[in-house]
Design a protein around this ligand. Structure first.
Ligand SMILES: NC(=O)c1ccc[n+]([C@@H]2O[C@H](COP(=O)([O-])OP(=O)(O)OC[C@H]3O[C@@H](n4cnc5c(N)ncnc54)[C@H](OP(=O)(O)O)[C@@H]3O)[C@@H](O)[C@H]2O)c1
Length: 294
């Protein structure tokens, strides 16, 4: 990682923003986590808002999650972003949940307060809708939305998507029972159903979100023909250089747009930064810097 924008990088996984005294410690926990650009993003946020902090990556396995997270907070860590596969475990670990994290039963941001409260929040949903609506200028109301995957990230985005009064949400997952039970959990918010990839009805859908972690392994879920039409927007929550397997598929299917999850990543991070530091950083400079890498 070689971040531009004034933040100094130390090793591969730490962003230190210079300032007086001992910096506050933050980080991202996941397994794997080496692909995470959060140190770069929070480094730019901290520089632009003059916050003195350190931001690190912590690779922690599911077996060690509870023990190691509690150790980190006992050792002075002030806040953590939580990425796959720990979002549901994080919701069970914290003392308190924000309303949106309680709805999701998944946590992607933990804040430590001096009274030893660990507050769990979920900023994935607002991160996605900010990117779709503000950055990509999409309207969600009345749209047919297909979501691939039924993991922690999907839990966070279902509430905000359904609140936009989309026409319907279909969740397709490798383990179909997870898609069905997630759909049942959110059925009070709108029209939503779950199925296997092979059971998907013919499209086209207006928006297809890839929220599987298949892209991280260079894989694509087995998708039937007919899902993509002339105006379909395909969005991979995964991000990286060049095409992901999903954006390559979307392009081959002649989707109107094929986008990666950089914008969601930056927008969800800005909401986490606001919770931790009380300041909402501007996201455009970070989006511009990442566009050079993506
Ligand atoms: N851009 C952002 O800000 C942002 C935010 C959150 C997440 N994400 C990305 O979203 C993805 C999902 O994250 P998560 O936290 O939801 O992960 P997760 O909780 O581990 O869920 C993973 C999901 O992917 C499915 N899956 C895994 N490998 C697959 C394969 N080879 N083929 C088909 N399906 C497969 C799983 O299906 P089963 O249920 O059958 O196991 C499950 O539905 C990751 O790529 C993550 O990096 C991005």
């Amino acid at each position: 990682m070689n971040p531009p924008g004034g933040s100094e990088s130390v090793g591969q996984d730490t962003a230190v923003i210079p300032g007086e005294g001992t910096p506050d410690i933050y980080g991202v926990v996941g397994h794997p986590v080496s692909h995470s650009w959060s140190p770069f993003i929070h480094g730019m946020f901290a520089t632009s808002t003059a916050q003195h902090l350190v931001y690190r990556r912590f690779d922690i396995t599911p077996d060690d999650f509870r023990h190691d997270i509690l150790q980190l907070f006992a050792g002075g860590v002030r806040g953590l972003n939580v990425t796959l596969p720990h979002k549901q475990a994080a919701a069970e670990l914290v003392n308190e949940l924000t309303p949106r994290a309680a709805r999701a039963q998944a946590v992607n941001t933990i804040a430590y307060f001096e009274d030893t409260t660990l507050l769990g929040d979920n900023t994935d949903g607002v991160g996605l809708t900010n990117d779709l609506e503000r950055n990509l200028k999409l309207t969600l109301e009345g749209k047919r939305v297909l979501i691939l995957g039924a993991g922690g990230a999907v839990r966070g985005v279902l509430g905000p998507l359904l609140e936009r009064e989309v026409r319907e949400v279909v969740i397709a997952n490798r383990t179909p029972s997870k898609a069905s039970s997630l759909a049942a959990e959110f059925a009070d918010l709108g029209s939503i159903s779950g199925c296997a990839f092979a059971e998907l009805d013919a499209g086209p859908y207006d928006l297809i979100l890839n929220a599987t972690s298949a892209s991280l392994h260079g894989d694509l879920p087995p998708l039937p023909e007919g899902l993509v039409g002339d105006s379909t927007v395909c969005y991979d929550m995964a991000y990286g250089r060049g095409h992901t397997p999903f954006t390559a598929w979307a392009t081959a299917q002649h989707a109107a747009r094929a986008c990666k999850g950089w914008g969601m990543l930056v927008e969800q991070a800005a909401e986490a930064f606001l919770l931790w530091r009380g300041i909402r950083p501007h996201t455009q400079p970070v989006l511009d810097a990442l566009a050079e890498h993506g």
